[in-house]
Unconditional design. Structure first.
Length: 367
């Protein structure tokens, strides 16, 4: 794993004055499109924590790990860092397949803050979650679109792994609850380029809406193909994973009648979001990758990890879990608290306006 002919990386020489945190985020593949924003946002949070005195008397140091590889390989690398004593915590945005491989290996040893929206149901001790689940994110969005846009027939297009498949299962129930149905489902490998066969199936299904459960550049290519095929004129799209970087990459011609639901949009004009914009621009400049919900989640992951450790006053995972119910932190989404290891949050529905999001409403997350 480590080459002996190269100088030791900075994290390898860490001492008791440093608290190492593995930042697991995508450097390659479909999710690599928002990887740079994930890293910059996490570093911004780490610098903020360190300016405030660090954690447990130690300076926080991020150790980047490429989360876009095969799940077991990513888990091997992170577990090796834990074995070496190089990291005392883990956070970051990575797909659910990676989380499922990683959590059983390390969550009982070091706290693990998972920042990606996911399918729900994670209850491994030592895992804490900052982002959205279908119950609070997708359900109210589908209900609103059924009321306001008359959507009855949905077609699901997702990547072929646990998050899209489990989310689609929930979507079937949500559609039935609105008097509708899921008329078809297609699951594609990560890295798919040819969407024409899928678009033909969407057209034949006579769907009112497509639920997009695609990651990163796969969603970008689907948006472009969707518009070129002309389906945007007869069928809206809803995505639970569509940030500003993906929107820009899709281009304004490919985003007509595209909706997104998330706990954060960069275009939210409230004090917390505007402050975050200012900090990000001051640190990285106006040419930095666009802010969006996926990068922002990594900022919150670092803040929550620091808050958990400070509240517990120890690195012991059991003690951290016992104290978690009293933990809160303040970030770009305001003051947030944990309940059942999940962050409780506001969720919004936005509609694409060219290459920006117009936030339409806060969704009612109460069932």
């Amino acid at each position: 794993m480590f080459r002996h002919d190269l100088p030791a990386p900075e994290w390898f020489t860490a001492d008791d004055s440093v608290l190492g945190v593995a930042l697991v985020f995508p450097l390659r593949g479909p999710a690599g499109i928002f990887g740079p924003t994930c890293e910059l946002c996490a570093r911004l949070a780490a610098e903020e924590v360190n300016r405030d005195g660090g954690v447990l008397g130690r300076q926080l140091r991020l150790v980047p790990v490429d989360g876009s590889g095969a799940p077991q390989e990513v888990a091997d690398e992170v577990e090796a860092l834990v074995d070496l004593g190089a990291v005392q915590g883990v956070t970051g945005w990575h797909i659910s397949s990676v989380r499922q491989a990683l959590a059983p290996r390390i969550a009982h040893r070091v706290p693990y803050v998972y920042t990606a929206l996911y399918e729900g149901g994670e209850d491994t001790a030592g895992v804490f979650l900052t982002s959205e689940t279908p119950r609070d994110q997708l359900r109210p969005a589908m209900e609103l679109l059924a009321r306001e846009r008359g959507v009855r027939r949905w077609f699901v297009v997702g990547n072929d792994y646990v998050w899209p498949r489990h989310t689609a299962r929930a979507a079937r129930g949500y559609a039935r609850g609105c008097g509708g149905c899921v008329a078809g489902e297609v699951y594609l490998p990560l890295g798919t380029h040819d969407f024409e066969p899928v678009l033909r199936r969407v057209e034949r299904s006579d769907a009112d809406a497509v639920l997009m459960l695609l990651v990163g550049s796969d969603a970008v290519r689907f948006n472009r193909a969707f518009a070129e095929y002309g389906l945007h004129a007869r069928c809206l799209r809803l995505s639970t994973l569509m940030d500003e970087n993906m929107l820009v990459a899709s281009g304004p011609a490919a985003t007509e009648d595209l909706y997104s639901t998330a706990g954060f949009f960069a275009s939210l004009a409230n004090r917390d979001t505007l402050d975050f914009h200012g900090q990000y621009a001051a640190r990285y400049g106006v040419e930095a990758p666009a802010l969006g919900s996926l990068g922002e989640s990594c900022y919150e992951g670092v803040l929550l990890l620091a808050a958990l450790l400070k509240r517990a006053g120890t690195l012991d995972v059991s003690a951290i879990g016992a104290a978690a119910g009293a933990v809160s932190y303040e970030g770009p989404r305001g003051l947030l608290r944990l309940r059942d290891a999940h962050v409780r949050q506001r969720i919004y529905l936005a509609r694409a306006d060219g290459i920006d999001f117009d936030v339409l409403t806060e969704l009612d997350t109460h069932p």
